[in-house]
Ligand binder design. Structure first.
Ligand code: B12
Ligand code: SF4
Length: 452
């Protein structure tokens, strides 16, 4: 049925007439920190605080947040605590259950808070705790708002060495949420003047893939390849195993029965993290730190060692720093080689992802500068300089800088095919889709720093 109301009659529509009678819409009263915190606590949060979207630490968040909710003015950070003994158990099904239970609570609390704020006349919305996310943007930024950044700006905690927010009381045993609202709110009344992280480096010792370095660098791809084996990218890899296997017996050799069963459990009952040991062993936070301070040896025996001594499969990319780490630190753990989780689908994405998948080990002891000049389907030219210097990487995704040891020019899609292993660079050079100048052995070394 089509409804065709002439424009002149629309003003007489009952809904429009009634709405006109209620004009003007009065601006609702601003909300206070105390009110919002109270509402969040009543909805079940363990802590909460609001912060303006204009806060200087939230600069990178403003664009994505406003894209999702144009009326955004303030953010309410929500903290939900987890039960430490569940998260610490070597029976990881118990830990995963705790993660999912706390995740649901975060989402429920945020939803309840949104209703409360909107009943007071303000607009509000609640992005997911983490899942699902904006997967159209994958492998780029898929999250609407970074809950960690919001919680830190709202003074609810500080980033620990393990790159998670540590709450001064509950420590690392928290999950976070954010409600975005059009309401303006007064600034937090106090600021947290210390970092609850005590720099004990237990998270460094516990991580099976060496994702946390003692000086604070976070090895993103190591964590993603192992811990997220049963999430989006690990599942994709499993599909490729199925596609490549010549039959059921080959597939059974590639993927063990317990792996298939575990993937099914994740698909059916929610994905299981493989580790999260960085959070499990963290002694920080007033409510948690007692046993660590009282007897560190006993804490290590009861909390750290059951996880480090655990017999388990560790998922790593061949030739990665993570593979070397497991062999060196955890020879009793089984290594299973998998394909790299982050694959670039555009040139911009390729240069953005490089620091996330860079492996320091193969980059030690040599240095070189690489220039890229790649033309995409829209005829846009992408110029970038990549430098490797004795284990360190720097990427300038916008220009050709300095003298290059190797220059790669040509079609962006051709280079992406080389990077993904789909095509041989020699053939692409012969077909004039790529031009490579300089010492080609350096390109082999370069490739080893970004194993796939
Ligand atoms: C992306 C993400 C991840 C990534 C990257 C983690 C990271 N350190 O940023 C991966 C998949 C590895 C991950 C792992 C885990 N995560 Co996570 N994750 C997120 C997510 C979606 C956004 C994180 C974020 O804010 N990044 C931006 C800035 C602030 O992060 P950063 O630390 O400064 O820098 C890193 C990122 O920027 C990343 N990065 C930079 N550019 C890009 C580009 C792309 C495309 C990607 C993907 C990443 C990326 O690399 C940097 C170095 O690691 C949030 C949910 C959300 N919507 O906020 C949960 C969140 C941060 N995760 C959380 C948790 C609990 C975990 C795990 C413990 C899961 C588990 N149970 O095992 C592990 C812990 C790993 C660790 N030590 O950090 C909690 C943290 C709670 C807390 N106390 O702080 C959050 C807040 C979820 C929640 N709602 O509670 N996570
Ligand atoms: S385990 Fe120790 S070093 Fe790591 S985040 Fe916790 S307090 Fe900081």
């Amino acid at each position: 049925m089509t409804i065709n109301i002439p424009k002149k009659d629309r003003a007489e529509h009952p809904s429009i007439r009634a709405a006109r009678g209620r004009l003007p819409i009065l601006a609702p009263a601003p909300l206070t920190q105390a009110t919002l915190r109270q509402w969040a606590i009543e909805a079940g949060a363990d802590d909460a605080a609001a912060v303006s979207l204009d806060h200087p630490e939230l600069e990178e968040e403003r664009g994505p947040v406003r894209k999702a909710f144009a009326a955004a003015r303030s953010l309410v950070a929500i903290v939900v605590r987890m039960h430490p003994d569940n998260v610490r158990s070597p029976a990881r099904s118990v830990a995963n259950h705790e993660f999912h239970h706390a995740s649901d609570r975060v989402n429920d609390i945020a939803r309840a808070l949104v209703e409360r704020i909107s009943a007071a006349g303000h607009r509000a919305m609640n992005p997911a705790m983490a899942f699902p996310m904006e997967m159209d943007d994958f492998p780029g930024r898929t999250w609407v708002v970074s809950h960690k950044r919001v919680a830190v700006a709202a003074q609810l905690g500080r980033m620990g060495l393990h790159r998670n927010v540590i709450h001064p009381r509950f420590g690392s045993f928290i999950l976070l949420g954010t409600v975005i609202t059009s309401a303006s709110v007064d600034d937090p009344s106090s600021s947290l003047d210390f970092n609850p992280c005590i720099d004990c480096k237990l998270c460094v010792a516990a991580c099976p893939v060496g994702a946390i370095e003692p000086e604070g660098a976070f090895r993103f791809s190591a964590c993603l390849d192992h811990n997220y084996r049963e999430f989006m990218t690990g599942f994709g890899d499993l599909l490729e195993e199925v596609a490549e296997s010549r039959g059921r017996y080959e597939l059974r050799e590639r993927v063990s029965l317990s792996e298939t069963a575990s993937m099914w459990q994740s698909l059916a009952y929610r994905p299981n993290y493989k580790a999260a040991y960085c959070i499990a062993v963290c002694p920080a936070g007033d409510d948690v730190i007692g046993p660590f301070v009282e007897n560190r040896a006993r804490f290590n025996a009861e909390v750290l060692r059951p996880l480090t001594e655990r017999s388990e499969t560790v998922y790593v990319v061949a030739g990665s720093d993570a593979e070397a780490h497991v062999a060196r630190r955890f020879p009793h753990k089984r290594v299973r080689r998998v394909r790299s989780s982050l694959r670039a689908t555009s040139v911009a994405g390729l240069f953005r992802a490089m620091p996330l998948i860079f492996q320091r080990g193969p980059a030690k002891g040599w240095k070189a500068t690489f220039h890229f000049e790649l033309v995409d389907r829209d005829a846009a030219v992408h110029r970038a300089t990549v430098r490797i210097d004795d284990g360190e990487l720097s990427v300038d995704p916008t220009s050709l800088d300095g003298e290059a040891d190797v220059t790669v020019r040509g079609e962006a899609s051709a280079w992406l095919d080389v990077v993904s292993g789909k095509r041989n660079p020699v053939l692409l050079v012969l077909r004039r889709r790529l031009k490579i100048r300089g010492d080609r052995s350096l390109l082999d070394r370069f490739a080893k720093c970004f194993p796939r």
